[in-house]
Design a protein around this ligand. Structure first.
Ligand SMILES: [Zn+2]
Length: 102
């Protein structure tokens, strides 16, 4: 609905209380608190970060094995965390196991 002076009425922006991140599996944006972080430490070790506080380069993923598998299939973990270097199978398997237990 236009206002009296003809300008469109702008909806007030909702305050962004929670930072949002995109899941590298399904591509959906979710609250950071609903995602888990996959992190590559400065030493190059890849692990799941349930606290969001580990140092290093991180990528976000739903707490879902399905999202993990699609990110793995599309090589998005490498793209985000270890560009130019493949993630070893055993690392993937360990992450998937840890994720399915959580
Ligand atoms: Zn997802």
């Amino acid at each position: 609905m236009p206002s009296k002076n003809g300008e469109p009425v702008k909806q007030p922006l909702k305050p962004k209380k929670f930072p949002e991140r995109k899941c590298i599996g399904c591509g959906e944006k979710k609250k950071k608190t609903e995602l888990i972080r996959i992190v590559r430490s400065p030493e190059g070790e890849i692990s799941l970060d349930f606290t969001g506080r580990k140092p290093g380069r991180g990528a976000y993923l739903c707490r879902s094995v399905a999202c993990f598998r699609s990110a793995r299939k599309a090589h998005r973990i490498e793209t985000n965390l270890t560009p130019g270097a493949p993630v070893p199978e055993e690392v993937y398997n360990a992450l998937e196991e840890e994720l399915s237990k959580s």
